[in-house]
Structure formats: structure tokens, C-alpha cells
Design a protein around this ligand. Sequence first.
Ligand code: GTP
Ligand code: MG
Length: 240
Amino acid sequence: MKDYEVYSSLKVPKNSKIIVRLDGRSFHQLARDLNLIKPYDENFYRVFSQVCNDLFNEFSASFVYAFSDEISLLLDKIPFDGRIEKINSVIASFASSSFVMNYDVQFKKPPAFDSRIIPVNDEDILNYFKWRQDESWRNCVNSHGISYLKSKYSNSQANDKINGMNLSDIHELLFENGINLNDLETYKKRGIAVYRKYKKVTGFNKKKNKNQTSYRSHVYVDWEIPKFSEKFFKEIKVIK
Ligand SMILES: Nc1nc2c(ncn2[C@@H]2O[C@H](COP(=O)(O)OP(=O)(O)OP(=O)(O)O)[C@@H](O)[C@H]2O)c(=O)[nH]1
Ligand SMILES: [Mg+2]
């Protein structure tokens, strides 16, 4: 019967790092059920940051990035011998459980995440996270735009209007009406990230009778991330 498990031998490419991207299933509905504040619910983000932290620690990720209902984990060390089925299912279910454990609410339905795997090299890492961060900004502009339009027009009129607008039109409309997106909290514009922060420490090594430099690190949940750049990823030692 083992022969019937036709996907069980699918593995990620050898010697490749991977990004696992999770996305909340029907979180539009979940947001309604939980009455989340629109467009950004700080408590939801706080829970999401705890999920990111749990994922970071459990799977020894080197970087975790989240916005809206999606989370991307960069893994240098590939778990489960690279088995795709195992990685996707365990990480997605771990995230769902963490989400429920960290959220002090009564859910109407069990929350779930989908999961996909993207093999990456060092150059892809920067491009990938820039791409997702651009999406975070698009999401920020659009969700504020639709919230504003819905406060002025019916839902269907608001949807029609936003469909005919590009990002700068929406930005402009909001600005003219006293909403400056640039003044928003950073996490709403750029998302949140979890990574290791390194500190250089110099101490006296008695055995060697000389000063020695080493690095100490701790896990850091960053709500004030910069725009992603090569410099940023090098500083936090995610790329060389
Ligand atoms: N009100 C509110 N909703 C949020 C917040 N963050 C995420 N969401 C909701 O999450 C949805 C995420 O979008 P999608 O992933 O495209 O939609 P989905 O309903 O999860 O659908 P699938 O991912 O295809 O299952 C948004 O449309 C919002 O409705 C928040 O802070 N506040
Ligand atoms: Mg979703």
C-alpha cells in the first residue's frame, strides 16, 4: 500500500534554501466573524507576531516576514529531509495551532493556512522579500482606500470606484481628504519581521590572555522594519 503514497518522495532541491509562505484561509470571513478593526487590527497583528515568533523558534528560521494574513519563513536548514508534503503540512498546521493558542477569542470555525514552498538562492531572497513588501504597501493603500470610499458610498459603488484607480490615485484621494498614509505606523505600511539581532561583545579570554570579539544574538520581533535592501539583510546576517 505504501506505493499509493505517490507524492511522498517529492523533495525540495538539494542544497537550496527555501521560503515557506503561509496564507490564512478565508481570513476575509474570519475578520468578519471576529469583528476585526478595518483596515488594520492591532490585536490581530500582535497575535500574528506571536505566530511568527513561534514559527521562527520551532523551525530555526533565519527570517520571518508577515503582513495582512500571510507569513513567509526563510529556512536555511531544511526540515523533514526536504519532504514537501511534510514541510507544508506540519508548518501550516503548527501556524494554525499557534494562532488559536495565542488568540483569546472564540472562533466560529477552525482557522487554517495554506502553504507553499519556494526554493531560493541568496539573490532571490532579497528580491522575494522586496516583492512581498511592495505587496504590503499596495495592500495598505488599497485597504485604506476602500475603507474611505465605503464610508462615503455604498459597498458596490466603492468597489467600482477603487477598481478604476491606481495606487497613486488612491494615495492622492486619501491625502486630499486629510489621510496621509506616510504618517501611519510602520507595520501597516511595511509589515513585521522576526530575525536574530547580533551584538558584538569583546571580552577578555583568560586562557589565551587576550581580548576576543564574539557575537551574541537574540530573537527580535521588529515592528519598525526599514524598506528591505541588501544592506539590511547583510546587517542581520540573512545574506552574505
Ligand atoms: N479587518 C481586517 N481584516 C484583515 C486584517 N488583516 C487581514 N485581513 C483580512 O484578510 C484578508 C486577506 O486577503 P486574502 O488572503 O486575499 O483573502 P482570504 O479571505 O484569506 O482568501 P484565501 O486566502 O484565498 O483563502 C483581507 O482581505 C482582509 O479581509 C486586519 O487587520 N483587519
Ligand atoms: Mg488569505
